[in-house]
Design a protein around this ligand. Structure first.
Ligand code: NAD
Length: 254
């Protein structure tokens, strides 16, 4: 029961990693979990999967200030506090070299993956600070640590979250708000299927095989692997850890 009495808010909470994490947080005794997601379809599926009154479902776009203000206030009002803020919503954009990369896609990826994280901290920090602190976990990627051709917006956005995480760690520390980022290699879920198909349309399986060969542990991560790391960072077992980048990649970046 690593999260007994804790209230957690997960953005992108109805997607692959987010939903697996919500499930684990509940199993580990979280008092309440708020799931924020843009996709009504995913939210409906999450509700069907979790089916508990302990979960508050909120439809919101993390890149819009008004909506972030609303979701943070709603969680404070309805659930009383925010002990854990998992800023996990993200989009992959498209796979194209920079000279062909659509500017509007670049803007959208930055808005969700970077501004969404910034807005999340901006509006949740006052709540977390006034309630004695808490843990913020930002989902970056191995794409935040190294380059990959043809995914400039995604790679740029995931590098940027490390900067935001570091500033958040410094600004949160005096009030016991810890901020860390996690950096998964390919995870076996929808986002990777989309990227695999982007790299070689119709030949996603071959792309997956090639990526897998680059991972010393010999497989993609699954959503639950990432949830386990989020649980550690959410819990008091990590109470002296802040400002850290946690690579979870089966040895991919070694
Ligand atoms: N899948 C991977 O291989 C992988 C690897 C490293 C990092 N990540 C990161 O993990 C995080 C979670 O992704 P996932 O793998 O679970 O993919 P996913 O697509 O299953 O989940 C992402 C969720 O974010 C939601 N979302 C997208 N835009 C949003 C917005 N504007 N406002 C609110 N919600 C929004 C989606 O509706 C979706 O439910 C992302 O930040 C992603 O970049 C994924």
């Amino acid at each position: 029961m690593m999260l007994k009495n804790k209230v957690a808010l997960i953005t992108g909470g109805a997607g692959g990693i987010g939903l697996a994490t919500a499930k684990l947080f509940l199993e580990e005794g979280a008092e309440r979990v708020a799931i924020v997601d843009f996709s009504e379809e995913n939210l409906k599926m999450a509700e069907e999967t979790l089916g508990t009154e302990k979960v508050l479902y909120i439809q919101a776009d993390v890149s819009k200030a008004e909506e972030v203000k609303n979701y943070t206030n709603k969680v404070k009002t309805e659930l009383g506090k925010i002990d854990v803020l998992f800023l996990n919503a993200g989009v992959e954009g498209v796979v194209k070299p920079m000279e062909h990369y659509p500017e509007e896609t670049f803007d959208q990826v930055m808005a969700v993956n970077v501004k969404g994280v910034w807005l999340g901290m901006k509006y949740a920090f006052p709540i977390m600070k006034s309630d004695g602190g808490g843990s913020v976990i930002i989902t970056s990627s191995v794409a935040g640590l190294r380059g990959t051709a043809q995914v400039s917006a995604y790679v740029g956005s995931k590098h940027a979250t490390i900067g935001l995480m570091r500033v958040g760690a410094l600004e949160g520390a005096p009030d016991n708000v810890r901020v860390n980022s996690i950096h998964p290699s390919p995870v076996d879920n929808r986002m990777m299927r989309s990227l695999e198909d982007g790299f070689a349309p119709g030949m996603g399986d071959t792309v997956k095989e090639n990526f897998t060969k680059m991972i010393p542990l010999g497989r993609y991560a699954n959503n639950e692997d990432i949830a386990d790391l989020a649980l550690f960072l959410a819990s008091d077992k990590s109470k002296f850890i802040t400002g850290a980048t946690y690579v979870i990649d089966g040895g991919f970046t070694v």
